[in-house]
Structures are given as structure tokens and as C-alpha cells.
Design a protein around this ligand. Structure first.
Ligand code: NAP
Length: 487
């Protein structure tokens, strides 16, 4: 079968790279080549940025009604394609089809939520404090041209969280998806084509992060960068972006803390969900399981039992719970962390090895590791695979110390029946989100999302997305009478 050739979208047209260079997208689930795409170089990116800069004032002059209607038209274009685009997502990312369908379809209510926020946007009017004749009108204005760079673990959810939102706030956008999952990005653009967006205001480039992505970060005509990805990449971007407005959604190693009074069956189910969903390739996965020594043995038994229910297999099948992992470097890192842990005395109680005789070598089962300590990679960093590393603690103070140790601070969870202890921990844990009696992996449309410390800078979701993609401008009015009494 012929491999389809997909294209970038620059200045209102589908196009190839100026050099004609291309790259292949391989399915981690089946091993087949799914598509080829142009490989943008810095010159291609500059062309996209120039088009965006030219188009942005036209976009910003559209009314909020016109921009909100664009977002609604995008959702209408996604709706009839959910099944087909979910299958493409499964093939290029490796996640189970039921997760893929949910991911594509959730973009719709998420966009509508942000659109409603934009429609109801209110900005304050302040009275002059030391000058009663003055009034200050606060306006929210677009940043200008925004570069959106996204990773491969949620190729729909993340552009669905940023790309359209940046646009409806009046910013022209240049979007660079991960090189492993650009097919979903092309579909995203196909949906956006129906929206009547001014020519040049929405651009898609494809190509390597260190060149195509970095050109966006360094280009002086780009006013804002919205980056989601690894902490190390985010750090490099923050150094190279100069004075651009930079939003960083980075890595995590979120602890799920089980106290001695917790409902252990519920905790075990939440542990399995937060460790194995999307094969653990989630920024807010349950990165580490911290359990009180009194309930350690009982919880471990239940977690092993739950883990056995998570069926590994062809991600196109409805009954599959864990598909393939997305790429070899990520799986190799999981194996490195496991080998390091076992070498230092941890015990693998379930899973722990690639499953042979699958279409690719990227199938890795639900894995439980006990006896993990903070000197192990499993106990102090982001593993990003279907692994539940279990650490034991004796006191709340020790749990807090272990939880905060890696200095990631995206999402953390506490399981307890005692609300006072939950709130003591919620106060002392350093993370953007503390979940009580649910998995670390928790997300909704309307609460602020983002990390403390090494997990990032800034907040998105709900009205915080609008704040992230706009600047405040104060218009100062002198409404007092002049000294001669003239108005
Ligand atoms: P990554 O390697 O940092 O890549 C993310 C994106 O940045 C890709 O589009 C990549 O392009 C591009 N990129 C790479 N190097 C770059 C550079 N020097 N300059 C500009 N762009 C560059 O991350 P990943 O492995 O794709 O994603 C996994 C990470 O994302 C995990 O750490 C996870 O926790 C984090 N994440 C965080 C959140 C959150 O909300 N906090 C959500 C999802 C994921 P190429 O693909 O071409 O290399």
C-alpha cells in the first residue's frame, strides 16, 4: 500500500519544506510506516512566523463573537471524525482505542468551555487611588504571535488545550507537534480549516525539536511560547527564549500517599489507573506509591491483584487496557530504572519485562516493584512507563520529605479517611494540585493546571488559559474637570 504523504500548513496553504526533505512516521503498535511529512528547517519556520505576524492584527480585530464561533466550527468538524481520528491516534501513539476515542472527543467540551469563558470575560475598572479624577480601564490583549510546542503522549488533548485557545484570544499561532505524532496534528489542522480563520493566523510545522522547535523559541518575532514536554527541554527553552512570555508544562513524578486509615481497595484501583493509563506515559501519572508501613503488605497484595487485570495487547482492540509504548528511548529508560532498582535491592512482583512475539518490541506489561527507596531512579525521578514503584514510610513527616524530594510538583495524591491529616499533607506537599482520595492522574476543564518547581511555570485550563495567552493593558483616563471648570 502507498504510504500517504501529509503536509505542513503555512500561510493558508498545505505545503512541503523548502528543501523537499521528509521524515517517516512509524506505528509503535504495528511497526508499519504510517505517513511521510515534510521536515521543516529554520527557514520554513521563519516563513510560518512571518505569515503569523502579518495575519495577527486582522485576527485580533475580529469580535469575540466571531472568534468564539470559530472554536464552535472546529468542534463541529471534529465530531463526525472522532472514530477515524482516534484510530489514527492509536496507530501513531500506541494507546488503546478506548483511550484514544476519549482523548479526541474530550477536545470538544474543553474548547467549548474556554469559548464560554472568553464570551464572559470581564476586566475591572479601578478608581484612581491618589488621584480621584483618574480611572483605570484594564483590558486583556493578545500576546501577538505564539509558538505552541507539544509532546507525543497526548497528541489531541494538548493542542486541544492550547492551539485554539491561543487563537481565540487573538494570537496568531505556529504549532509544532512532536515528530512521533504529527498525523493527529494534521487532522487537528483539517478541523481548523473549516473555521474561517484569517489566512496566516494558524500554521502547522513539522520537524525536529532542536532545529524547527528551537527556531520558534529564538525567533524575535515570536511573542509567546507555550511548551509542554520534558523538564530538561523546558529548561533549555527558558534559557533561549529571552524575554518572550513562556509557559512551561513539564515533567512530574507524582507520589500517591496511602495513610494507614485509607480504603485500601479504592487506593489499589486508583494506583493501577494512575500507573497504567496510557502505559504510564503521563506527566501526572502516579509516579511513586508511598505507603504507611502498617498497611504496606495488605496494599501491595491488592495492587498486584489489580495490576493483573490490566490487559496488554493490540491497542486497536476494545478489550486492551495497555497498548504499545510510544518509542524505544522511553521504554529503554523504564528498563534502566528497573535494572537500577533491582540492582539496589528492589523486588519486581509483577511484569518487569518486554512481552515477546508482539508486532513491535514496545509492549511492556503492568509492573509492580516493591522495596523501592529514594536512592533509586524509580524512587527519585520520572520513569514514564507502566510501573508502580512502592516506597514505605513511617510518619507523615517522612512521607512529605519523600514526596517533595525530586522537586517535581505537578500533581500529588493522598489516600486517607482523616480530613485533618489530608489537609496537613495538602499544606506541606509542594505541587500545583493535591488530590484527596483519587489518583494523581486527575484533570478537569475548569481548575488551574500547572506545576511548582521542576514541573513548570504558569497555569492553564479554564479562565487561567485566557490569562496565559493575554497581557493586561491599563488605559488611564482623566475624567476630572479642568481647573477653569471646562469639561
Ligand atoms: P520532549 O522531548 O521535551 O519534546 C516535547 C516537544 O518539544 C516535541 O515537540 C519536541 O520535538 C520538542 N523539542 C525537543 N527538543 C526541543 C528543543 N531543543 N527546542 C524546542 N523544541 C524541542 O518531551 P517528550 O518526550 O515529547 O514528552 C514527554 C514529557 O512531557 C514528559 O516529561 C512529560 O511529563 C511531559 N508532559 C508534561 C505535561 C504537563 O502538562 N505538565 C503534559 C504532557 C507531557 P521532537 O518531537 O521533534 O523532538
Amino acid at each position: 500500500m502507498d504510504v500517504p504523504h501529509l503536509r505542513m500548513f503555512i500561510d493558508g496553504e498545505w505545503c512541503d519544506s523548502a528543501t523537499g526533505e521528509t521524515f517517516e512516521v512509524h506505528s509503535p503498535a504495528t511497526g508499519e510506516v504510517l505517513a511521510t511529512l515534510p521536515k521543516a528547517n529554520r527557514e520554513d519556520v521563519r516563513r510560518a512566523v512571518d505569515a503569523a505576524e502579518e495575519a495577527q492584527p486582522r485576527l485580533a480585530r475580529l469580535s469575540i463573537k466571531e472568534r468564539a464561533e470559530m472554536a464552535v466550527r472546529i468542534t463541529e468538524a471534529i465530531r463526525p471524525n472522532i472514530d477515524a481520528w482516534a484510530l489514527d491516534l492509536t496507530l501513531e501513539q500506541g494507546k488503546p482505542i478506548k483511550e484514544a476515542r476519549l482523548e479526541v472527543s474530550e477536545v470538544i467540551p474543553n474548547l467549548l468551555w474556554n469559548t464560554e469563558d472568553l464570551k464572559r470575560l470581564e476586566t475591572p475598572v479601578l478608581e484612581g487611588y491618589s488621584k480621584p479624577e483618574m480611572m483605570y480601564l484594564l483590558r486583556r490583549e493578545p500576546l501577538g504571535t505564539v509558538g505552541v510546542i507539544t509532546p507525543w503522549n497526548y497528541p489531541w488533548l494538548l493542542p486541544g488545550e492550547f492551539v485554539v485557545q491561543a487563537l481565540i484570544c487573538g494570537n496568531a499561532v505556529v504549532f509544532k507537534p512532536a515528530s512521533a505524532t504529527p498525523i493527529s496534528a494534521v487532522h487537528f489542522l483539517e478541523a481548523m480549516q473549516h473555521a474561517g480563520i484569517p489566512r496566516g493566523a494558524m500554521n502547522l510545522i513539522a520537524g525536529p525539536g532542536p532545529t524547527a522547535g528551537m527556531e520558534l523559541v529564538e525567533n524575535p518575532k515570536v511573542d509567546g511560547i507555550c511548551f509542554t514536554g520534558e523538564t530538561a527541554t523546558g529548561e533549555e527553552i527558558s534559557h533561549r527564549a529571552g524575554l518572550k512570555k513562556v509557559g512551561l508544562e513539564l515533567g512530574g513524578s507524582g507520589p500517591l500517599i496511602v495513610l494507614d486509615d485509607a480504603d485500601l481497595s479504592k487506593a489499589a484501583r486508583d494506583i493501577a489507573f494512575g500507573c497504567y493509563n496510557n502505559a504510564g506515559q503521563v506527566c501526572c501519572a502516579n509516579g511513586r506509591i508511598l505507603v504507611h508501613e502498617k498497611v504496606h503488605d495488605a496494599l501491595v497484595r491488592k495492587v498486584v491483584e489489580e495490576s493483573r487485570r490490566w490487559r496488554l495487547g493490540d491497542p486497536r482492540r476494545e478489550e486492551t487496557d495497555i497498548g504499545s509504548m510510544n518509542n524505544e528511548p522511553t521504554l529503554a529508560k523504564v528498563e534502566r530504572h528497573l535494572a537500577d532498582g533491582v540492582g539496589r535491592g528492589a523486588q519486581v512482583l509483577a511484569g518487569g519485562r518486554r512481552v515477546p512475539a508482539m508486532p513491535t518490541p514496545l509492549y511492556f506489561p503492568a509492573t509492580v516493584v516493591d522495596g523501592v527507596t529514594t536512592d533509586m531512579l524509580l524512587g527519585n525521578s520520572e520513569t514514564f512507563g507502566p510501573v508502580a514503584p512502592i516506597l514505605e514510610f513511617r510518619s507523615l513527616e517522612q512521607a512529605v520529605e519523600i514526596a517533595n524530594l525530586p522537586r517535581y510538583g505537578l500533581s500529588m495524591a493522598i489516600h486517607t479517611a482523616n480530613i485533618k491529616r489530608a489537609f496537613t499533607l495538602a499544606r506541606d506537599l509542594k505541587a500545583g494540585q493535591i488530590v484527596i482520595n483519587d489518583p494523581v492522574l486527575y484533570w478537569d476543564y475548569n481548575h488551574p493546571w500547572g506545576g511548582f518547581r521542576r514541573s513548570g511555570i504558569g497555569r492553564v485550563a479554564g479562565r487561567w488559559t485566557i490569562e496565559a495567552f493575554t497581557e493586561i493593558k491599563t488605559v488611564i483616563l482623566n475624567v476630572g474637570e479642568s481647573p477653569d471648570g471646562a469639561s
